[in-house]
Design a protein around this ligand. Structure first.
Ligand SMILES: NC(=O)c1ccc[n+]([C@@H]2O[C@H](COP(=O)([O-])OP(=O)(O)OC[C@H]3O[C@@H](n4cnc5c(N)ncnc54)[C@H](OP(=O)(O)O)[C@@H]3O)[C@@H](O)[C@H]2O)c1
Length: 324
């Protein structure tokens, strides 16, 4: 048996329930992983709340790190005893032990702890594809990254700095802005007290930025378009404040022949070779010391509902893990 956090209906954090579930032998193509840490991500909130519909009842969670206990038929790239970490695959990462498709697992390199693995696979691979593939940031680019003191945000600030970009972050308090600056943001705008469009114009002397990475969604989308240079790109990759409402495509022409994309990590890592390349790039930059994975909050698995409440109420910074 394994303790697992599940939900039978969508709603607030209280729908998360701790249950005992049976975990059998791994099926063909599967591995059984005993988690040492599970990652907390905003997508877990969207799935629990119903914003992203999932079949019910459902396990919760998309990210974890631990040890392979057994493998099913046809699995060759992980073995019993391997240290592994993953992001994506079937829901249900908030648990002690589970079976999951082995082709989602990455071997966790020496020197990266289980907690770091659980804190960085989903967020760090997201940063990788956003800044290396959705728009390949070059030294000298000026970029705007919203929610810069969050889980994805703190990794992004450090990695963008390592690439030689000028990083403008936004965050919801002066303390959060200070944290983003400590992690490499050259500027950080408190978008609860300042108009971020005006501040970006000031900082860039009217030029605007080459790319905006926007995971806040409803509250920032239109302002983000106004921060772009002509031909600039908006990567709208999340909805922490609510989904972006339908908008007039003509706006993109009026504001300077802009590009907008709505990417997802799960597309960028669907093929095993892409998953491996993305994870390797992440592991390399973390092992180089240029990106530090700092865990700002730790919760017991039993306290998953509290973790969701804190994340939604903007009380967290950086990465959070749940400990089985
Ligand atoms: N598309 C993808 O592939 C992908 C993959 C991973 C993550 N994401 C997205 O990236 C974002 C960051 O994920 P994360 O797990 O690292 O979360 P996070 O950034 O640690 O937490 C979300 C942050 O969003 C900000 N925010 C602004 N308005 C908000 C509101 N009305 N309610 C709640 N938060 C608000 C808050 O920071 P401030 O207080 O500083 O504003 C909050 O801390 C999420 O939107 C997530 O869905 C997308």
């Amino acid at each position: 048996m394994s303790k697992a956090v599940r939900f039978h209906e969508t709603g607030g954090p209280q729908v998360l329930q701790v249950e005992d579930v049976a975990v059998g032998a791994p099926g063909p193509g599967e591995a059984r992983v005993r988690h040492m840490a599970c990652g907390l991500n905003f997508i877990d909130v969207y799935q629990r709340s119903g914003l992203y519909p999932v079949p019910l009842p459902s396990g919760a969670g998309n990210e974890g790190a631990g040890v392979v206990e057994a493998v099913g038929a046809g699995v060759s790239w992980v073995r019993s005893g391997d240290r592994v970490a993953y992001a994506g695959g079937p829901l249900g990462a908030y648990c002690e032990v589970r079976n999951l498709p082995a082709d989602r697992l990455c071997i966790l390199p020496e020197g990266i702890t289980f907690e770091q693995g659980a804190a960085m696979m989903l967020k760090g691979m997201t940063v990788q594809y956003l800044i290396r593939r959705t728009y390949a940031v070059q030294a000298g680019d000026t970029v705007l990254f919203h929610a810069a003191s969050g889980g994805v945000g703190l990794i992004a600030c450090q990695w963008l700095k390592a690439l030689g970009a000028t990083v403008i972050g936004t965050a919801g308090s002066d303390e959060k802005c200070a944290l983003a600056r400590k992690h490499g943001a050259d500027h950080c705008i408190n978008y609860r007290s300042e108009n971020f469009v005006e501040r970006v114009k000031d900082i860039t002397q009217g030029a605007g930025v080459r790319v905006v990475y926007d995971s806040v969604g409803k509250d920032t989308f239109l302002g983000s378009l106004d921060c772009l240079q002509p031909l600039g790109l908006l990567a709208s990759f999340g909805n922490a404040s609510g989904p972006v409402p339908p908008f007039d495509l003509g706006l993109l022409s009026q504001k300077g022949s802009l590009f907008v994309t709505r990417p997802s990590l799960f597309t960028y890592t669907a093929a095993r070779r892409d998953l491996e390349a993305t994870a390797k790039d992440l592991f390399d930059i973390v092992q180089s010391g240029k990106v530090r994975i700092e865990i700002e909050q730790r919760y017991r698995l039993d306290d998953a509902a509290q973790a969701h409440s804190d994340l939604e109420a903007r009380r967290t910074t950086g990465s959070s893990v749940l400990l089985p």
